[in-house]
Design a binder for this molecule. Structure first.
Ligand code: NAD
Length: 508
């Protein structure tokens, strides 16, 4: 393959021994009954990164019991917002003091570049601080207009015990999109990280203990979807499950939760387009498309895995993207210069490659990449930056989540056609539009079926701005005030003032 910006293996201080992860249950760190463990090998370096206790039904039941008892005791659910905020702020400080240590494990388990891991871990502290601000400012409503003898208040209360199930692609960040908001609301939690990236969730547990979280308020069970995640989704003592992961598992969780009608919040997959009009800042758009498709090796729910570009500029725009793609630094995630790291597993690498091969067989044309990439000095799996044009809307590569560094190029002629193509997807997570015409941008933003629309930018996010999906990209919202509301029940209290109520049964 010609000219890529390849970062070979760099000399780096790897840990001397694997990280040993245990469950956090009722304030104690525990191994599994019987001592079962599972291992995670680095997707880039091949080394053993972590050995974790492998949870089963017994550990999951114990963690749920601990969370239930802690919630019902009021030790967290009934304390002041100020007290909750104080703890969340302490956790934020501890996160910032431990960025390097946590980021190294995040990179070794996930394969993402070290600079990105540091950004995500350090950035997560801001989510904790924002959630702390909500803990102190949330409030219900009052109704003083119901008549002289009535006063109404609507209270917001924590929903109860929350199961938090997270994926491998942003382990620390996604946990921080959920946990501080659940804690700000007054909930207690049982957390299951992905079996591929368990260690930084354990590190978060260590920080929470150091910050002084009461025993049982946050519990962590390490292990697989079966049985741990499935039990967390179906258990009658759990009041809500919040899940980020694949749409297929999200559907299974909805089914499992239906038996007890517990609340379900789902952040699922996406097939997110960026639409490029001829009047756009085309250099800016090409850079954003390049970022959008390769960030986290495309293993990102917000990956802009398809572009819908106006026919008149399609050829020259794709040339720009291909030229930029060659400059993106792919390779050793431990190098501070690397922008794109490893693919999470070899099975996933095969799946990505399969999408590209099937598209070619169906008549598409690979104009860059389209094959695995070997990085000198590293045994792990990497994939070339890949651009596929001549993609038609019926192809799997245009409709399904490839979850790799693969861009599909589709074209349009009119705004109407661009909106139809944008909405022609089972997913509805995010979408972007590039044009200098504000009317074009606003019409697109209003008609795109997506939880987030970016105009003349891609993937900017703020704790204040809520995030979530339309259609099969999910239900419920995270971060922002709406993210807090997910973890709250609403209760109406109607209060009669004085003995003014007319009897229903006549006294005589
Ligand atoms: P996954 O669905 O395979 O696994 C996610 C979690 O669910 C893991 O902890 C896993 O152990 C657990 N799990 C598996 N089977 C389960 C079951 N039957 N019951 C309960 N839990 C179970 O997802 P993944 O491969 O880890 O992550 C990638 C997916 O996540 C992609 O589809 C991506 O789009 C999505 N994602 C979405 C967002 C978002 O905010 N919308 C963010 C990141 C990732």
């Amino acid at each position: 393959m010609t000219e890529l910006n390849l970062i070979e293996a760099t000399k780096a201080d790897l840990p001397d021994a694997p990280f040993e992860g245990r469950h956090l249950i009722g304030g104690e760190w525990r191994a599994s009954a019987g001592g079962a463990t599972f291992d995670r090998l680095s997707p880039s370096h091949g080394m053993l990164v972590s050995r974790s206790a492998k949870g089963g039904e017994a550990e999951t039941e114990a963690a749920i019991d601990a969370a239930r008892a802690a919630f019902d005791s009021g030790v967290w659910s009934r304390i002041s917002g100020k007290a909750r905020a104080t703890l969340l702020l302490r956790v934020a400080d501890l996160i910032e003091a431990n960025v390097d240590r946590i980021a190294l494990l995040e990179t070794l388990e996930s394969g993402k570049p070290i600079s990105q891991s540091k950004g995500e871990v350090g950035g997560a502290a801001d989510l904790w601080r924002y959630a702390a601000s909500l803990a102190r400012t949330m409030h219900g409503d009052s109704h003083n207009t119901l008549g002289e003898d009535m006063l109404g208040v609507v209270l917001k209360e924590p929903i109860g015990v929350v199961s938090i199930i997270t994926p491998w692609n942003f382990p620390f960040w996604i946990l921080s999109q959920k946990l501080p908001f659940a804690l700000a609301a007054g909930c207690t939690c049982v957390i299951k990280p992905s079996e591929m990236t368990p260690s930084t969730t354990v590190m978060m547990g260590e920080l929470l203990v150091e910050a002084g979280v009461p025993a049982g308020v946050v519990n962590i069970v390490l292990g697989h979807g079966q049985p741990v995640g499935a039990l967390m989704a179906s258990h009658p003592e759990v009041d809500m499950v919040t899940f980020t992961g694949s749409t297929a598992v999200g559907k299974a969780i909805s089914v499992a939760a239906a038996g007890t009608l517990k609340k379900v919040a789902l952040e699922l997959g996406g097939k997110n387009p960026q639409v490029i009009f001829p009047d756009a800042d085309l250099d800016g758009a090409a850079d954003a498309v390049t970022f959008g498709v390769y960030f986290n090796v495309g293993q990102c729910c917000n990956s802009s895995s398809r572009i819908i570009v106006h026919e008149d500029i399609a050829a020259s725009f794709v040339d720009k993207v291909v030229a930029l793609s060659r400059k993106v630094a792919f390779g050793d995630p431990l190098s501070p210069n690397t922008q794109v790291g490893a693919i999470v597993t070899s099975q996933h690498q095969d799946k990505i490659d399969g999408y590209v091969r099937d598209a070619v067989a169906a008549g598409a044309d690979v104009c860059l990449g389209g094959a695995p990439l070997s990085v000198p000095g590293l045994p792990g799996q990497f994939y070339q930056p890949t651009v596929v044009r001549g993609v038609t809307p019926d192809m799997a590569i245009a409709r399904e989540e490839v979850f790799g560094p693969v861009l599909s190029v589709l074209t349009f002629r009119t705004l109407e056609e661009a909106i139809t193509l944008t909405n022609d997807a089972a997913y509805g997570l995010s979408a972007g539009v590039w044009s200098e015409n504000v009317h074009t941008c606003l019409e697109f933003a209003r008609r795109a079926q997506a939880g987030t629309v970016w105009t003349n930018t891609w993937m900017d996010g703020y704790p204040e701005m809520t995030f979530g999906g339309f259609k099969q990209s999910g239900q419920g919202r995270e971060i922002g005030p709406y993210g807090l509301d997910e973890f709250l029940e609403v209760k109406t209290v109607a209060m009669r003032i004085g003995r003014t109520r007319a009897n229903w049964v006549s006294a005589g």
